[in-house]
Design a protein around this ligand. Sequence first.
Ligand code: NAP
Ligand code: FE
Length: 364
Amino acid sequence: MKFYLPTKIYQEPDAVRKHSREMAVLGKKALIVTGRNSSSKNDSLKDVIQGLEHFQTAYLVFDRIEENPSVETVMEAAEIGRREGADFVIGIGGGSPMDAAKAIALMIQNRDSSSEVLYQDIPLKAVPVAEVPTTCGTGSEVTPYAILTRHDLQTKQSISHRIFPSLALVDGKYLASAPLSVITNTAIDALGHLLESYFHANATDYSRIFCQFGMEAWAAGAGILFGMEASPEDYQRMMYASSLAGIAISHTGTSLPHGLSYYLTYQKGIPHGKAVGLFLPAYLQLLPEEYEVQRLMALRSLGFGSLEQFDGFIREMLGSISLSEEELLALGESVLRNPSKLFTAPFEVTEEEIAMMCRYAAKA
Ligand code: NAP
Ligand code: FE
């Protein structure tokens, strides 16, 4: 099939308030999953609770989802949800709570299963999920992916099951109170999704259309990253770019920068968007000659005149990181051990080229 997106998306100011009926009728009792602080401060949690209360839908809140959520946290929240009789899940926050919501929904539905089923290739269903994003990066509100930290393997890994949210309520206003570092890191994650999807072995005209519009929305909102005074429309644009990028990767998946990022996040604690962004200029540099025109067009849509200018932007926003020779080797190994990621690039990738991407990130 060329295109599949079963998530109903409402993207507009006050989306939660305007469409809370559709959220409230997903079940009889909601398990709301969110992080420790931000959703209370930016009013997203309050908006969701008011919506549920208005339609007299019962709920309970689990507010201990950490960044890069672990399998252990997912199992703990699912156990509480099962015990309390929750029959749908609402994720509020960045990619961490939204991804966790999908995995928790799977474990609530499959109440007698152990955490091993998260990574088994067997067909399983999940209870319905609604998502309310508050960062402009992952697009998890529209993707079927849930990436969890696996302490047993010392890395992050996407669960085997594809769980599309039933409903995404998307409103850029929740970004207005976010620190610039959160906006920058997550906007660069969206940039990674747009570029990795555009130059992906699985890309089609369907996925590229979402990349194209996503890049233009990203460029229109990117003034925020340079400290310019942001208008409500800028936040909506960035959120829009992030959701369009999410739709694109739902179709294609991500590629080498994401594959390499997991090592940096797990081993060095580097936030997801930054860990991805550090590899992007080198990934674009590797594209063979026949992609030169497309690469320039993509960069122009994003507001960059050349690869050098893009490289300067990434360095200015993210700096570089310090890695020992041993760490550089382990970083390269982390994708070479996982050949499926290597085939996501639209060209053949050599070990030397992976090493070049790693050295670029560390500027070694
Ligand atoms: P995040 O890990 O969800 O959140 C990062 C930090 O930002 C947290 O401290 C959070 O605080 C805070 N925060 C969130 N929204 C905020 C707001 N509006 N204002 C102020 N602070 C806010 O960050 P993320 O980058 O969005 O998500 C990263 C995760 O998503 C990673 O695990 C990554 O692997 C995954 N991911 C998933 C997909 C997918 O397709 N599903 C794609 C890419 C990445 P609180 O903890 O207090 O909420
Ligand atoms: Fe990402």
